[in-house]
Design a protein around this ligand. Structure first.
Ligand code: ADP
Ligand code: G6P
Length: 735
C-alpha cells in the first residue's frame, strides 16, 4: 500500500517572509483546517502553493522554504505573480467561486485567466507525477484544481485518484453558462471517485454530466470509455475531539492563563450578566451573507427594542481574497454598515456590534465559541460551513443556540439548530428572539443530539469513508478489467470457434452491430456489415442468428433476402435459412389496446418520446427526450404499468432508453434455448448490449461465450467497449 498524496491550492500553513525570516501561519478556511487533522494522522504528503509568489522568494531562501514546508509534511508548487493573478484571483475566484455560489452576476469569463488556470493545473499535475508511484493514492481538493484528475490520469492511467469539491456544485442551469463547462467536467472525470458535501451537489453534477456530455449514468456510476467513475456525497466533519478538549481546557483555565480577549469578554459579562453574546464568524466573503446579517440585526433591534443593551453582536470577519474587487467592495460595505449601526444605536455603556477584521489564533477562536450564547451563521450559499460544527463541539455544558442558514451544506445534518432563510428578516428576528429566550433544558436537548452526531461523524471518519470508497471503486474497476475481452482472450475464443464442428452464434442488432439512431428505421445495416455477416453465416457448420427486439417487418426487409437466421420481437418470431417468419411462441395481444392509451398519454406529456408498435409488443422510446426528464417519466411509467398489468402475463423490459411491454413468456433467453436444444453444438456464442440480452446470458449453458457490449452490470462472462470492438471480434470469425 503506497502513500496518500493530498493536493490542494492551500497548504495547511501559509509562509510569510519578514526581514529575511520565514514564518508559517496556519491557513484559514474549511479545506485546510479540516484536512490538517487527516494529514497529521497518517502517511501522507501534501502538495500545494506556499502562499508566496516566485518573485517574493529570494534565491537564498528557496531551500529554507522547502525545509519549512517539509516540517508540515508539505511540498510546494511554485507560482509566479502572474500565475497567481490569472489562476487564483482570476479563474478560481472571479469565475468559479461566484458561479458555483449562484452569484452569476459576479462571474467573469476571461479567456486569459482560463488559459492560466489550465497551465497552473498542469503544474500541479506535474508536481504529483513527479512524486507519485502507481501504488499511491491521489486525493485532489477543490475548485481550484478541477482539471488535475484528468491531467494525472492521462499519464498514469492505473493510479487511484479521488476528487473532493468543498464548495457547492450548482444546478445545470447555472453551470451551463460557463464557456469551458465540458472541459471542466472532463477534467473532473479523470478521477475514480468524485465526492461532494451533500446529495444535492451530487445530483446537480450528475445532471450536468448527462446533459452536457451525454454520458450514461446509472445510479451514481458514470461510464466513460473503459472506466466507471463513482460520484457520492460525504458531508465533511470536524476534529471534534480537538475542539471539545480545547474548550474543556479553556473552561478550567485560571485567571492568569486567560487570554486578553477572554478577560475583556469576562468583564463585559460581569457588567451585564443578562446580556447575550451573539457570535458571527466567517471569511469576509459575499457568499457568507455578512452585510445581510447586519441589516437583519438592525431589523431585529427595531422589531424587538427591548433587547437594546441586552445583546451584543461579535462580528469576526477574516480577511480573504482582498485583490478581488467584489471582496474590496464588501469590505467597504461592512465597514460602513457597522459604523452606521453602531452610530445609530450605541449608548454610553453599549456598542451593539464588536467588529474584528483579522485572523485569530486557535485559542481566541475557542474564547469566542465558549463565551457566546448564540452562534449566528447566515451564509447565502455555503458548501458546508464548519464554523457551525465547531461552535457546537465547544459547548461543554451543552448550552448555547445555533442559528444556521438553510443554504449551508451543514444544515442538512444540523436539523436541531434554528434553521432560517437568510433573506427572511422577519424569520431571522423571530429566531433571535427564540434563541435569546430558549430554556436551558431545551438548548441541552438539541445540543446533545448535535454533539453525538458530530462526534461520531468526525473528520477522520469522513476521510476514511472517502478513502475506503475510493479503494472499493478501484477494486470494482479491476473486476471489470479482468472481464474485458482482451486480445489474448479474443484469440482463444476465435481459435475455439474455428476448431468447432457445429457452432451457434446469437448476435443482437441495435447497440451491438449498429449504433442508435433517433429514428429506429435509420439504423439500417451498411455494406460492410452485410459482407461480414455473409462471411460468418456461410461458414460450414455455423448457425448464425440475428436476435433482436425489432419487428419482423423491418428484419424481413433488411435480412430475409440474405437468408440469415433471425429471431425478432425478443423471441416471438423465427425465420431460418430465408423462410418466411413463423411464430416461436404463442402469444396474446388483446392487452395491447388497454396499454396503448396509457403510453399515448406519456407521449403527450414527454416531448420527443414515441411509441413503436410491434406485432406482439409495444415500446415507448425516450432517447430523444431531455435525459433527466425522460428518466423521470420512465420511472413514472414503470410504476403505472406495474400496477396496471397486475396478474396479466405481461412484463415490462427496461432497455436502452426504451421501455417495452410484452408477454412474460417471451424473451431472448427462452428463444435462444429452444434453438440450442435442436442440435448438438460444441461452440455457443452470444453478444448483446442491453437488458433484454441478459436473458440469453443467463439461460445459455455456462460453457457459452457470452459478451456484453458496454460496461454495465451483466451476467455475461466478458465485455467489449464499443460496436467497433464487436465488429473487430466478428471479423476474426471470418478468417
Ligand atoms: P470557509 O471554508 O468558506 O472559509 P468554513 O466555515 O467551512 O468556511 O471554515 C472556516 C474555517 O476557518 C473553520 O475551520 C474556522 O475555525 C476557521 N476560521 C474561521 N475564522 C477564523 C479566524 N478568524 N481565525 C482563524 N481561523 C478561523
Ligand atoms: C473555502 C474553499 C477553500 C479555500 C478556503 C479559503 O473553504 O473551499 O478551497 O482554501 O475557502 O479561501 P482561500 O482563497 O484563502 O484559499
Amino acid at each position: 500500500m503506497g502513500k496518500t498524496i493530498i493536493i490542494s491550492n492551500r497548504l495547511p500553513v501559509q509562509l510569510q517572509i519578514n526581514n529575511g525570516t520565514i514564518t508559517a501561519v496556519p491557513s484559514v478556511g474549511g479545506l485546510a483546517t479540516g484536512m490538517k487533522s487527516v494529514h497529521s494522522g497518517g502517511d501522507s504528503l501534501w502538495i500545494g502553493w506556499s502562499g508566496l509568489t516566485d518573485e517574493q522568494i529570494p534565491e537564498e531562501l528557496v531551500k529554507d522554504i522547502d525545509i519549512a514546508l517539509a516540517k508540515h509534511g508539505s511540498s510546494k508548487v511554485c507560482l509566479t505573480a502572474d500565475e497567481v493573478e490569472g489562476f487564483y484571483y482570476g479563474f478560481s475566484n472571479r469565475t468559479v467561486w461566484p458561479l458555483f455560489h449562484y452569484f452569476l452576476e459576479y462571474s467573469e469569463f476571461e479567456l486569459d485567466s482560463w488559459e492560466t488556470y489550465k497551465a497552473v493545473n498542469q503544474k500541479f499535475a506535474d508536481a504529483i507525477l513527479e512524486k507519485a508511484t502507481d501504488d499511491d493514492t491521489i486525493w485532489v481538493h477543490d475548485y481550484q484544481l478541477m482539471l488535475v484528475p484528468q491531467m494525472v490520469r492521462e499519464r498514469r492511467p492505473e493510479i487511484s485518484i479521488g476528487f473532493f469539491l468543498h464548495i457547492p456544485f450548482p444546478s445545470f442551469e447555472i453551470f451551463r453558462t460557463l464557456p469551458w463547462r465540458e472541459e471542466v467536467l472532463m477534467g473532473l472525470l479523470g478521477a475514480d471517485l468524485i465526492g461532494f458535501h451533500t446529495y444535492d451537489y451530487e445530483r446537480h453534477f450528475l445532471s450536468s454530466v448527462r446533459r452536457l456530455l451525454g454520458l450514461e449514468v446509472s445510479f451514481n456510476d458514470i461510464s466513460l470509455d473503459d472506466r466507471v467513475i463513482k460520484v457520492d456525497s460525504f458531508p465533511m466533519g470536524i476534529d471534534y475531539k480537538k475542539f471539545s478538549e480545547a474548550a474543556k481546557e479553556h473552561n478550567n483555565s485560571t485567571e492568569k492563563q486567560k487570554s486578553e480577549l477572554q478577560k475583556r469578554l469576562d468583564t463585559h459579562k460581569k457588567s451585564a450578566p443578562d446580556a447575550k453574546f451573539l457570535l458571527s464568524i466567517d471569511r469576509l466573503d459575499y457568499s457568507k451573507g455578512i452585510a445581510k446579517r447586519i441589516y437583519a440585526f438592525e431589523y431585529f433591534l427595531n422589531k424587538y427594542p427591548q433587547y437594546k443593551e441586552k445583546v451584543r453582536l461579535v462580528l469576526l470577519a477574516v480577511p480573504s481574497r482582498s485583490n478581488v474587487p467584489q471582496y474590496q467592495l464588501l469590505k467597504k460595505e461592512v465597514d460602513e454598515l457597522v459604523g452606521r449601526i453602531n452610530g445609530e444605536f450605541s449608548t454610553v455603556s453599549w456598542t451593539p456590534i464588536w467588529y474584528f477584521y483579522r485572523s485569530m489564533p486557535f485559542e481566541n477562536l475557542i474564547d469566542l465559541y465558549t463565551s457566546s450564547d448564540i452562534a449566528w451563521l447566515t451564509p447565502l450559499r455555503d458548501g458546508m460551513n464548519l464554523v457551525a460544527k465547531e461552535y457546537i463541539a465547544t459547548r461543554v455544558d451543552k448550552t448555547g443556540v445555533l442559528i444556521l442558514s438553510e443554504m449551508a451544506g451543514s444544515a442538512n445534518e444540523m436539523n436541531e439548530s434554528l434553521l432560517i432563510n437568510p433573506n427572511n428578516f422577519e424569520q431571522i428576528s423571530d429566531a433571535l428572539h427564540t434563541a435569546i429566550n430558549m430554556p436551558k433544558a431545551e438548548q441541552q436537548r438539541r445540543n446533545t443530539i448535535l454533539q453525538k452526531r458530530l462526534e461520531r461523524y468526525n473528520v477522520e471518519k469522513w476521510a476514511n469513508d472517502f478513502m475506503n470508497s475510493l479503494l472499493d471503486q478501484k477494486k470494482k474497476d479491476h473486476t471489470y478489467i479482468s472481464r474485458r475481452l482482451s486480445v489474448d482472450l479474443m484469440n482463444i475464443v476465435t481459435k475455439d470457434f474455428s476448431q468447432s464442428k457445429k457452432s451457434l452464434l446469437f448476435i443482437d442488432y441495435d447497440g451491438t452491430l449498429a449504433g442508435f439512431h433517433n429514428d429506429p428505421q435509420k439504423a439500417a445495416p451498411d455494406d460492410a456489415l452485410y459482407e461480414l455477416l455473409d462471411k460468418i453465416s456461410s461458414r460450414p457448420g455455423t448457425d448464425m442468428y440475428l436476435i433482436s427486439g425489432r419487428d419482423k417487418e423491418t428484419f424481413t426487409k433488411w435480412f430475409l433476402p440474405k437468408k440469415y437466421n433471425m429471431i425478432t420481437e425478443h423471441g416471438v418470431w423465427i425465420s431460418q435459412g430465408g423462410e418466411e417468419f413463423r411464430m416461436l411462441e404463442n402469444v396474446k395481444k388483446d392487452w395491447m389496446e388497454k396499454i396503448q392509451p396509457v403510453l399515448e398519454s406519456f407521449v403527450d406529456r414527454t416531448p420527443g418520446s414515441f411509441i413503436e408498435e410491434k406485432n406482439y409488443s409495444l415500446a415507448w422510446h425516450y432517447r430523444n427526450t431531455d435525459p433527466d426528464f425522460g428518466q423521470k417519466r420512465a420511472t413514472e411509467l414503470n410504476t403505472v404499468l406495474t400496477s396496471l398489468i397486475g396478474t396479466d402475463d405481461l412484463s415490462v423490459l427496461n432497455g436502452n432508453k426504451v421501455m417495452e411491454i410484452k408477454s412474460s413468456n417471451v424473451n431472448k433467453g427462452r428463444a435462444a434455448m429452444r434453438v440450442f436444444s435442436e442440435d448438438d453444438y460444441d461452440f455457443v456464442f452470444a453478444i448483446g448490449d442491453d437488458w433484454t440480452d441478459e436473458f440469453m446470458f443467463q439461460e445459455l449453458p455456462e460453457s457459452a461465450v457470452t459478451v456484453k457490449v458496454g460496461r454495465q452490470k451483466t451476467q455475461a462472462r466478458y465485455y467489449v467497449d464499443s460496436i467497433k470492438n464487436v465488429r473487430d471480434l466478428l471479423d476474426r470469425f471470418t478468417i
